[in-house]
Design a protein around this ligand. Structure first.
Ligand SMILES: Cc1cc2nc3c(=O)[nH]c(=O)nc-3n(C[C@H](O)[C@H](O)[C@H](O)COP(=O)(O)OP(=O)(O)OC[C@H]3O[C@@H](n4cnc5c(N)ncnc54)[C@H](O)[C@@H]3O)c2cc1C
Length: 451
């Protein structure tokens, strides 16, 4: 339905989509996208910028409690992706259809969904402005805008992703569709997997697909004709030594060449060549011919944040690493991939952040100081092939925060079951609904309350 009125338009979901699970009583509001209309101004108790994993979890915490029209979620996309499943789609384990649902189905009935993007922040005057020119005023702000994928930063990459079936990327909902066909199609030559020279979401994802592809090549009887190469900009295979050791071992045993400090800078798809800058001697490049190239792109915070007073010099939202409250604006919180909290950026990290932000924002709304502390919990289920997973779980400063009283640095089938079958349910049924606060409770329980 076209939205041309110059006021907030509220539509009942029973009119928009009578088969929606939210068909009864759902109120979705958005500003008109017509360029001719007048700009609007509206005030909310809480404005949430970004309705992805973190934003929808917090919207589901606060909107039902505060009531209709008190919480606004600004989110431009109609589709919500469960991004951790992209690895499984790339490997041919899950179907692309299982990765997504509609945004309106993860947001609570009581919030106003502003289907637009925020283009500027004015935290001194408690307002944000959208691309449509509308101003949203707030008492409290949550910034949960995720990461921006910068495929354009690698010369020739966007063209290669469009034109070359051998070039793929699990990081994007569209490019991930090319990964499994590329794995199936390669018959010989170099299969190259890259890790960029920027912060990334799920630092394990670039190598998970490498192990899964290698496993596929072996099963298909073509492994001896394919040279598997993992080219990473990092000086280590994984940032936590406890998990790096078994991963190094896997690469050695399975003859996967690991080229460290190699940063992809150009893809020349007409000549099947990938060019890498050698980060330890940055004026030097090295180029490899590829028969398959899986790219994890450079990433950054979303450009709308750059240069705002909410971010640090790296353009990530500056939060207190314990409370997730903004360091300069006490009525602002940051969550998820777009903050400078020094931990690995994952949906698992968000699960632990949900409880912290819920508690601390509630305290601040009551005029109190935040007390709940985030320990930096994050997790990376490292799929290594053969239906096995190393379940890395850690926190700030490399602390190990494993849930189960077993050696999680060992690749296990039980953890594969968790990753492939249990975690998608946990995400859809609990995390985005704000009902999952991470495994901290179970970690304590399994250790009889002592850890
Ligand atoms: C291939 C892959 C594998 C992964 N594997 C795992 C895994 O195994 N385990 C794990 O825990 N995590 C994994 N992750 C990471 C996980 O998916 C992310 O860390 C998580 O989704 C981040 O949530 P978020 O809310 O911070 O960002 P997102 O979920 O990305 O949401 C951010 C939202 O902000 C919106 N937005 C952006 N700019 C604006 C703007 N200007 N105005 C308004 N809205 C805006 C976007 O549209 C988006 O919907 C993986 C990710 C990928 C890509």
């Amino acid at each position: 339905m076209a939205c041309t009125r110059t006021v907030f338009l509220r539509l009942s979901c029973s009119v928009r989509d009578k088969w929606s699970p939210k068909a009864l009583g759902c109120q979705v509001a958005w500003f008109s996208s017509s360029p001719a209309r007048e700009q609007q101004e509206k005030k909310y108790d809480i404005v949430i910028v970004g309705g992805g994993c973190a934003g929808s979890a917090i919207a589901n915490k606060f909107a039902p409690y505060l009531g209709q029209g008190k919480v606004a979620v600004v989110e431009p996309h109609e589709t919500h992706y469960y991004q951790p499943m992209f690895t499984l789609v790339g490997a041919g384990i899950k179907d692309h259809k299982q990765t997504h649902t509609q945004t309106k189905d993860v947001l609570p009935d009581e919030c106003d969904w502003i289907k637009d993007k925020v283009t500027s922040f004015d935290p001194n005057n408690n307002s944000v402005t959208t691309a449509g020119g509308d101003k949203l005023k707030y008492d409290y702000l949550l910034v949960s805008m995720g990461l921006q994928l910068n495929y354009h930063s690698v010369k020739g990459l966007e063209e290669a992703l469009k034109e070359d079936p051998a070039v793929c990327s699990n990081y994007h909902w569209q490019h991930v569709k090319k990964t499994h066909p590329a794995i199936e199609n390669i018959q010989s030559g170099n299969a190259i997997f890259t890790f960029p020279n920027t912060p990334v979401k799920c630092a394990g994802a670039p190598q998970k697909i490498c192990y899964l592809a290698e496993n596929n090549f072996s099963k298909a009887g073509k492994r001896d004709r394919i040279n598997v190469m993992y080219n990473t900009s990092l000086p280590v295979i994984f940032g936590i030594p406890r998990y790096a050791a078994p991963l190094e071992e896997i690469c050695k045993n399975r003859n996967i060449t690991v080229n460290k400090r190699h940063n992809l800078v150009e893809v020349d798809h007409k000549n099947n060549r990938a060019v890498f800058q050698l980060l330890d001697t940055p004026t030097e490049n090295v180029s490899f011919e590829y028969s398959m190239l899986h790219v994890s792109p450079p990433m950054s915070s979303p450009k709308e944040l750059w240069g705002s007073s909410l971010v640090d010099e790296t353009n990530f939202v500056t939060v207190n690493r314990d409370t997730l409250q903004h360091t300069k604006y006490p009525n602002v919180f940051g969550m998820g991939d777009c903050t400078n909290a020094p931990t690995a950026k994952t949906a698992a990290a968000i699960s632990a952040q949900v409880g912290v932000v819920n508690k601390n924002l509630s305290l601040v709304m009551d005029g109190k100081q935040p007390t709940r502390k985030y320990d930096g919990y994050t997790s990376c289920p490292l799929l290594v092939g053969n239906h096995k997973v190393i379940m890395a779980e850690f926190g700030y400063d490399g602390s190990i925060l494993e849930t189960f009283p077993i050696n999680q640095a060992k690749a296990m089938r039980s953890m594969y079951f968790m990753k492939v079958h249990f975690m998608p349910q946990l995400y859809w049924q609990m995390l985005v609904k704000g009902l999952w606060h991470g495994p901290g409770f179970f970690r304590k329980l399994f250790r009889f309350g002592v850890a």
